[in-house]
Design a protein around this ligand. Structure first.
Ligand SMILES: N[C@@H](CCC(=O)N[C@@H](CS)C(=O)NCC(=O)O)C(=O)O
Length: 215
């Protein structure tokens, strides 16, 4: 059985799938698609995903795009170890948190990125950045409640909830890594720093660290 995984470095949706592949201990070939080179919109890539987005998974000839469809497919094909949980209640909670990350956390994170790293310095708007920061900090209070006292959003062990939320939570900190002063800085909540450190200690996260973040 051959699995090919197409990803873009730093894409949170692709990172989610990379972490699921690692969680399940699967053998796969990871193919990086370059955003800059417009590879995503090449004829060859559009034949895999007509929307020209990563991630894409090809599993024994079956082509799947949309990260949640891919994650569910991998869970169907390789149920053990599960990324969803062992009981209906655990699986429902995992899916709920993953959906919240994809929608609400992504929106808030994206707004900060769009106003900072993705915008040339001369076109940045201080008030828009402050608004994005405020909305993101508000969103993060919800994530603190979701985590509670547990080490992971999945409870005692990482699940798809973590593999969806972690790349977004880490990308927020990257704004400060790249350009100190534009991101949350000292306002990054302690629970978020602790959570990221916990996730970053795992071999799966180390192995799948976005290649262009290493340099
Ligand atoms: N809903 C999609 C979102 C995928 C997505 O937005 N991927 C981005 C990278 S984070 C992408 O490939 N963007 C390129 C583009 O839209 O041109 C999923 O979950 O897979």
């Amino acid at each position: 059985m051959a699995i090919t995984f197409y990803y873009g470095s730093g894409s949170p949706f692709a990172w989610k799938i990379w972490l699921v592949l690692e969680h399940k201990g699967l053998t796969y070939e990871a193919k990086r698609v370059m955003f800059d080179a417009k590879e995503l919109k090449s004829e060859a890539f559009l034949a895999l995903n007509p929307r020209g987005r990563v991630p894409v998974l090809v599993d024994d000839g079956l082509v799947i795009y949309e990260s949640n469809a891919i994650a569910e497919h991998l869970e169907d094909r390789h149920p053990t170890p599960t990324v969803l949980g062992d009981t209906p209640a655990a699986r429902a909670r995992t899916r709920q948190i993953a959906a919240e990350a994809d929608a609400d956390l992504y929106r808030a994170q994206r707004e900060l990125m769009a106003n900072t790293l993705f915008r040339p310095a001369e076109r940045r708007d201080t008030e828009a950045i402050e608004r994005a920061r405020g909305a993101l900090l508000q969103e993060l209070t919800h994530w603190q409640r979701l985590l509670g006292e547990a080490p992971y959003f999945g409870g005692p062990a990482p699940s798809l909830a973590d593999y969806t939320a972690f790349p977004l939570l880490r990308a927020i900190v990257r704004v400060d890594d790249r350009e100190p002063g534009l991101g949350l800085g000292d306002r990054t909540p302690a629970w978020q720093r602790d959570y990221l450190a916990r996730m970053e200690a795992s071999p799966a996260v180390q192995k799948t660290w976005p290649p262009h973040w290493r340099s």
